[in-house]
Write a protein of this length. Structure first.
Length: 328
């Protein structure tokens, strides 16, 4: 009888210990722009693998469309679940402000990606400096266009701050360095929709015989533009540049419909979400000049709560096979 009592006591103690350990486990939900595309699938893989390594309970929430209202609902659900950390890749920074304030008021830490100056975020992390990223794309586009002709710029949405920064940096650099290039209209907010990117490119090709280039920002922008250019037989006439998922765009690059671009590895960005979350939960300071795995030596602006890395990959024919082999 005594032995059974002792065993029961030991079992109960072990169960309580396990329960306490589970309760101490960091819980994090990451809300991305849209679920199901190759870019955010890779990010999800990074979140899961890094969380498993660090003993963190982290998962990704991908809305069915790039609708800010769907992101608001997803964040509200995470607040109700009382997670420790919420990560977001915002579709509309301003629309998210009220719900992120509610998360903040509930004591939940908030990490955003691709959203500089986001209100109610503890930190925004960028894998590369926004201005330089825009300039890099413009230099490549100008070289392909031989520094003359009309070009268009797509962004994922007119309400995504980071896309605006990339695009504005590229446009400003063009105006200063390539006077014989001319921007067609204003920025087109179609880059997160394959159908809209195809339709916009077809419209531009039909209306502008001097169209020589498209700088397409947004996960589907270069793919849609590339497909439209390929279908019209304009691969030798129009240069398409922009960031895209290597696996999704490889055939278009091979066909010459997309000339190239620069990205960071979305799988690594997913890993960084988890690494920063762990630092925050452990009370570790994020300081200028420190090294964060996957970002390299970072620049930290404490006033704007921004962490800047400097890690990019070229999406040209030579480097693309390596990225595709990585599962991107």
């Amino acid at each position: 009888m005594i032995k059974k009592s002792v065993l029961a006591c030991l079992f109960a103690t072990a169960m309580l210990s396990m329960s306490a350990h589970a309760a101490d486990k960091i819980r994090m939900g990451v809300v991305v722009k849209v679920g199901g595309n190759a870019w955010f699938n890779a990010m999800e893989a990074g979140i899961k693998s890094e969380a498993a390594k660090r003993g963190i309970d982290a998962w990704q929430v991908g809305p069915t469309s790039a609708d800010p209202a769907l992101q608001v609902r997803a964040i509200e659900d995470l607040i109700a679940q009382k997670v420790d950390v919420i990560g977001v890749v915002p579709n509309d920074a301003r629309v998210l402000e009220p719900v992120l304030k509610r998360a903040h008021d509930a004591g939940i830490k908030v990490i955003v990606h691709e959203s500089p100056d986001q209100k109610y975020a503890d930190w925004d992390f960028e894998m590369v400096d926004a201005t330089q990223h825009g300039i890099n794309h413009m230099v490549a586009l100008a070289q392909c266009m031989k520094e003359k002709g009309d070009y268009a710029v797509y962004v994922g949405s007119l309400t995504v701050p980071l896309h605006q920064k990339w695009a504005d940096a590229a446009i400003n650099y063009q105006k200063e360095h390539y006077p014989n290039m001319h921007l067609v209209g204003d920025k087109f907010g179609v880059g997160e929709s394959l159908d809209d990117s195809i339709r916009t490119t077809n419209d531009l090709m039909s209306k502008d015989a001097n169209l020589k280039g498209i700088l397409a920002i947004g996960s589907q922008g270069p793919i849609g533009a590339g497909r439209a250019v390929l279908n019209r037989g304009k691969t030798d006439d129009i240069c398409v540049f922009g960031p895209f998922s290597p696996g999704q765009g490889a055939s278009l690059v091979k066909a010459g419909a997309i000339k190239g671009g620069f990205i960071w590895n979305p799988m690594v960005a997913g890993e960084v979400f988890v690494r920063i979350a762990e630092k925050l939960e452990k009370g570790e300071k994020i300081t200028d000049g420190m090294t964060i795995e996957g970002m390299g030596k970072v620049k930290v602006d404490e006033a704007t709560h921004t962490i800047l890395g400097n890690e990019t990959e070229s999406l040209d024919k030579a480097n693309l096979p390596k990225l595709v082999k990585m599962g991107l």
